[in-house]
Design a binder for this molecule. Sequence first.
Ligand SMILES: Cc1cc2nc3c(=O)[nH]c(=O)nc-3n(C[C@H](O)[C@H](O)[C@H](O)COP(=O)(O)OP(=O)(O)OC[C@H]3O[C@@H](n4cnc5c(N)ncnc54)[C@H](O)[C@@H]3O)c2cc1C
Length: 389
Amino acid sequence: MALSNDDQIKEIIVIGAGVIGLTTALKIQEQGTYRVTIVAENFPTDPKSIRYTSHWAGAHHVSHAYNDQNQRKLDQDTFHALWQLSGPGSAAEGCFLRHTQTEYHGDDLTDAEWLHYMPDFKYLDTNELRGPAKMGFSFSTVTMNTPIYLNWLMSSFLAKNGTILRVSLQHISQLLERGTSPYTGAHSYRAVDAIVVCAGLGARNLGGVEDKDVYPIRGQTVLLRAPWIKFGRTMTEADGTYTYTMPRSNGDVLCGGTRVPNDWYPVPRPEITEDILARALQLTPELVPPQTCVDREPTVEDLRPIIIEPGCGLRPGRKGGIRLEVEWVDAPTRGKVPVVYNYGHSGYGFLSSWGSASKALELLEDALATGAPTNAEIGVEHPSGNLGN
Ligand SMILES: Cc1cc2nc3c(=O)[nH]c(=O)nc-3n(C[C@H](O)[C@H](O)[C@H](O)COP(=O)(O)OP(=O)(O)OC[C@H]3O[C@@H](n4cnc5c(N)ncnc54)[C@H](O)[C@@H]3O)c2cc1C
């Protein structure tokens, strides 16, 4: 039985419970005029899985927007939100570590103008450079302890009456006819007013989306226990090799990295783990436990006792960048329904999450306010014309 939707309260389904789905669901819910359900195959409370990228991220806010003005705005808006959330006394403070980040460049980068808004930004003097670096800069930023932060997002959503439902969807149309009722077994249902797709890499195969511009960019890491490290460093070399050491609020440090397009391999490769340990040690020799080697050079062997786990995740890359747009799709029994897309965040999902969520909300509200475009508006002259054989 279809329950009538209260005009004031719209029924929204968000597909995906990674950092993008959770942040977007929270942002929509905050308006107070929507009932929001998250439908996903994987949740932050699950064990880590190759099907859920967000668990594997660092994650720090170090924007790589360069000259892309849209990306700059998403990243900058997100930084302001994260800085606020990480502030002393904030409910989410424990998810974050505020720290000094130093970026070293052995490539051809000459300036970092797009990062000038970051607190305490400054270029390094030549005598502060290390290894193959030809230039560098530092600023204050945050890292998120990702498993904790994702759970904080989800519990905030639940605390505000959000609903979650575990479903592995084959096609978005499975939600269009009778909402989530096919999966809950409920006899009554509310019609869906809009769907928001935040399926990450899943957007490649999810029916009704099937975006073949989406592809994996595999990243491998090693998580260490080094609570004495309270600063972050990244080295980008001339050949594109990049190495980072990212401290988290709980004393863990995530070391990486690799970026390999179209590599779907689902578990850490041992030889890459060794390479990451060697590079991380070169960049940040302070990783070695204090007092371990007072009278000799540190080696990778000194890091083995503090290894928590190697890891790897598949970043949801997308040719053309993040997809943030609306389409109207036919919903059986009730005309057209807007579908908002918010996926394809590659290696910057955390650092552009709040900006992307705000943009998705704006697209959603505009669509609901203006309604479906008419056939004339979308240029269809004879919608029921000759369909052929
Ligand atoms: C090693 C590594 C380091 C990184 N470091 C950083 C960093 O420092 N800073 C940063 O900003 N980013 C970083 N990233 C990138 C970041 O992790 C991603 O951009 C982000 O996690 C993408 O989030 P998402 O929500 O789009 O995808 P996901 O986290 O993969 O979530 C996708 C969701 O969609 C659901 N889903 C998909 N298909 C279906 C379906 N058919 N039916 C039901 N549910 C479905 C999944 O179950 C899941 O809940 C890093 C990534 C890696 C791998």
